[in-house]
Design a protein around this ligand. Structure first.
Ligand SMILES: NC(=O)N[C@@H](CC(=O)O)C(=O)O
Ligand SMILES: [Zn+2]
Ligand SMILES: [Zn+2]
Length: 429
């Protein structure tokens, strides 16, 4: 089925909105022009007043399948992605079992093919069982279409193991995507070590637990000549270290999450585990440094770190609940409302941070609206206002700190490979 999107607003290179039509056929954007005439055989989508954006790309998502289906499945997580305007997501490997063999990864690809609503690029682990000791078979997993290698959920503790992993990854031209956390510096903390740990009398996680490992890894990546990507960067020291590394010409990239851009420890209302995630919400100064890092190119793009947990998990409170919050269904409206509407970022900057920038960091052929490109598109209503209500999420995870936030910029239709995978009317919003 071909699609004709009429009268939508597209961002041009200068960041201005231009009214245009798009013709999609066989999964490809065939034509972008004003006044494309319908032939009668295609489905016509009236998009007047809507932003037509490349589908969003999220390279940090937890889908929990296999082994955590009570928290999320590939089906529910990718529906949440579609609802949030994401057309390509990369799935983190901290599942049970983890994709650390060719067979596991092949099973995952099959399951994705059967049940995913959007494109899913699965990570393989760096170490067997994410135990941090024995490396996976990098060439075999690359052959089985691993997107990249990550032990997300836990840092690789031994420098020697990380160095060998980086050399393996460099050999096959794949990236090491790192959750940076030195276990000897976390002291079983649950919140940032700063003000909030004292206020709540809960052990804190110091900033150095992250920044020390990033500094180590950057030097290893330089020696191994490996593309090294930093997950969910959260501290001002980490930003400085990455900035210096980029200046030195080291192949490092970094992502930041919407919650670290929009919240800090001062926003934690008390013992509420919907504000518990790893890394934790840091200080006001850290939050400012993350935004500055994003704006000066130190941080390459935005990724949600969508980490669904059950309500039962989160009712255990700050000390005992698992780390993580959901993000797919609220990322764009939150960032649009709190950064673009407040003129901190332009609309084009935000869209780029969620489309072309993540795609380019990993040489992915997505995130662009141009003739000949994949027909991955989201239509967004920038004016419609609605309040965030977790009860309405498609995700099984309702664990968000943003309940009741009023936002504009809600996706209304999501197209992957030229096919409508979600539209507002089909799901209660
Ligand atoms: N971010 C989190 O707080 N939790 C993630 C793991 C991770 O991203 O490190 C999870 O899998 O729940
Ligand atoms: Zn992580
Ligand atoms: Zn994660």
């Amino acid at each position: 089925m071909s699609l004709l999107i009429k009268n939508g607003s597209l961002l041009n290179q200068a960041g201005e909105l231009e009214v245009c039509d798009l013709y999609l056929e066989e999964g490809i954007i065939k034509k972008i022009a004003s006044n494309i005439q319908a032939t009668g055989s295609e489905k016509v989508i009236e998009a007047a007043g809507l932003l037509v954006s490349p589908g969003f790309v999220d390279l940090h998502v937890h889908l929990r399948e296999p082994g955590g289906e009570q928290k999320e499945t590939i089906a529910t997580g990718t529906l949440a992605a579609a609802k949030g305007g994401f057309t390509t997501i990369a799935s983190m490997p901290n599942t049970k079992p983890v994709p650390d063999t060719k067979e596991q990864l092949e099973w995952l690809h099959k399951r994705i093919k059967e049940t995913a609503k959007v494109r899913v690029l699965p990570y393989a682990t760096i170490t067997k069982g994410q135990r941090g000791t024995e490396l996976v078979d990098f060439p075999a997993l690359a052959e089985a279409n691993a997107f990249a290698f990550s032990d997300d959920g836990v840092g690789v503790q031994a420098a020697g193991v990380m160095y060998e992993a980086m050399k393996e990854a460099a050999n096959i031209n794949k990236a090491i995507v790192a959750h940076c956390e030195d276990n000897s510096l976390i002291y079983s903390g649950a919140v940032h070590e700063g003000k909030i740990d004292k206020e709540l009398n809960i052990p804190g996680i110091p900033s150095i637990a992250e920044s020390v490992q990033i500094a180590r890894d950057i030097l290893l990546a330089e020696a191994a000549n490996c593309h090294y990507h930093v997950c969910h960067i959260s501290t001002k020291e980490s930003v400085r270290v990455v900035r210096d590394a980029k200046r030195a010409g080291i192949k490092v990239t970094a992502e930041v999450s919407p919650h670290h851009l929009l919240l800090c420890e001062d926003d934690i209302p008390g013992d509420d585990a919907n504000f518990k995630m790893n890394p934790p919400l840091r200080s006001k100064e850290d939050k400012a440094a993350l935004l500055a890092g994003l704006m000066d190119g130190t941080i390459d793009f935005i990724a949600t770190d969508h980490a669904p947990h059950t309500e039962e998990d989160k009712q255990k409170g700050m000390r005992s609940a698992p780390f993580g919050i959901v993000g797919l269904e609220t990322a764009f409206p939150l960032l649009y409302t709190n950064l673009v509407e407040k003129e901190i970022l332009t609309l084009k900057e935000l869209v780029d941070f969620m489309t072309i920038k993540p795609a380019n960091a990993f040489q992915l052929p997505f995130g662009k609206l141009a003739e000949g490109e994949h027909a991955d598109i989201v239509l967004v209503d920038l004016k419609h206002e609605a309040t965030i209500d977790p009860a309405k999420f498609a995700s099984k995870g309702k664990n968000t700190p943003f309940t009741n936030w009023n936002c504009k910029g809600w996706p209304v239709q999501t197209i992957v490979n030229g096919e409508i995978v979600w539209e507002k009317e089909s799901v209660q919003q």
